[in-house]
Design a protein around this ligand. Structure first.
Ligand SMILES: NC(=O)c1ccc[n+]([C@@H]2O[C@H](COP(=O)([O-])OP(=O)(O)OC[C@H]3O[C@@H](n4cnc5c(N)ncnc54)[C@H](O)[C@@H]3O)[C@@H](O)[C@H]2O)c1
Length: 290
């Protein structure tokens, strides 16, 4: 990926959470010459993240044909650490921890005391209210939603969410920051699930009900969406890519937020998550990988 589209200087960026999304965000930033401090809870997770990042870059060079990527230099710009205090120096922070309110709340309480008052906190979440996140910090005007799409390095667009207190200045800064990662964005108002996931999560959950009810096999469901509607992926393939645990948590957030039965999670989704079938990242979901 080139650094074209960059219109701000290189920054020191904090990325909290080194799972599926955190690794993708760190990769996109580093490929656009930003330096990154990537924080997670254990060295084991960070070792896996480093290996995944190297693997992603190698795949882009070997199979994507992008010979401009310097794998070692890109990795060198990412500092992998469990030390939250390293975030004290960052200009901008993208948070990508597990989709659980309690987990996110504790992370924001912590980073609010460590980071500079002017640092923008960009919340990467599937469904959690940005206003709610802003409310646990002393800088709600500097808290903004950045709903990145998966896989981050290849998706051109980010859904940006304006919380109740988010200022125009923060939105402008975020737009420039994303341009510096080669991303365009669309700004929407704060509401659980925003635009994308209020529709997508409901669609995926309903597709899971169809499988559970024996109406169609996963392959048939996905084929209908691919062939009839020209979608690049069907809802169940998409669910496997996102992670079924993340899907379940997102649907639960929508259910709790709207108090509306239409968001009740499919029992089959719960069962699969309990069984450890989390999709691509665990090797099995609606399909088997590896
Ligand atoms: N997976 C997707 O397709 C997708 C797309 C858009 C947004 N999101 C959102 O992005 C966020 C991350 O999702 P993901 O798919 O990367 O999840 P994931 O389960 O792959 O990764 C979450 C990471 O957060 C880490 N973590 C947990 N508590 C932490 C803490 N206190 N401090 C630091 N790290 C901590 C975990 O160790 C893990 O590595 C979620 O809010 C999710 O809803 C996911």
């Amino acid at each position: 990926m080139s650094s074209s589209g960059r219109d701000n200087e290189h920054q020191l960026v904090g990325v909290v959470g080194a799972g599926v999304m955190g690794v993708g965000v760190a990769q996109s930033l580093s490929q656009n010459d930003h330096r990154v401090i990537l924080v997670d809870v254990s060295d084991a997770v960070l070792d896996r993240a480093r290996a995944e990042l190297r693997n992603n870059l190698r795949t882009m060079v070997l199979f994507g044909g992008d010979r401009s990527i310097d794998i070692d230099a890109t990795l060198d710009r990412v500092h992998f650490t469990t030390d939250y205090d390293a975030l004290g120096a960052v200009d901008f922070l993208v948070e990508n921890v597990t989709e659980e309110w309690e987990t996110k709340r504790e992370v924001y309480r912590r980073i609010d005391t460590i980071c500079k008052p002017e640092t923008v906190f960009a919340v990467n979440t599937s469904a959690i209210s940005i206003t709610r996140v802003g409310g646990v910090t002393n800088r709600p005007e500097r808290v903004v939603g950045t709903h990145f799409m998966n896989p981050v390095p290849v998706k051109p667009m980010v859904e940006v969410i304006r919380g109740f207190h988010t200022t125009d200045e923060t939105i402008d800064e975020t737009t420039r920051f994303l341009a510096g990662m080669g991303k365009e964005c669309t700004v929407v108002q704060d509401s659980p699930g925003f635009v994308s996931n209020r529709v997508l999560m409901l669609t995926i959950n309903e597709a899971i009900f169809l499988v559970q009810d024996g109406v169609a096999e996963p392959k048939a469901v996905d084929r209908i969406f691919r062939t009839c509607f020209s979608h690049q992926m069907g809802p169940l393939e998409t669910a496997d890519m996102i992670g079924l645990d993340t899907i379940l948590k997102s649907v639960e957030v929508l259910y709790e937020s709207f108090n509306d039965d239409k968001y009740r999670p499919a029992p089959l989704l719960k069962k699969m998550v309990d069984a450890g079938l989390h999709g691509r990242k665990s090797g099995r979901g609606f399909y088997v990988y590896r």
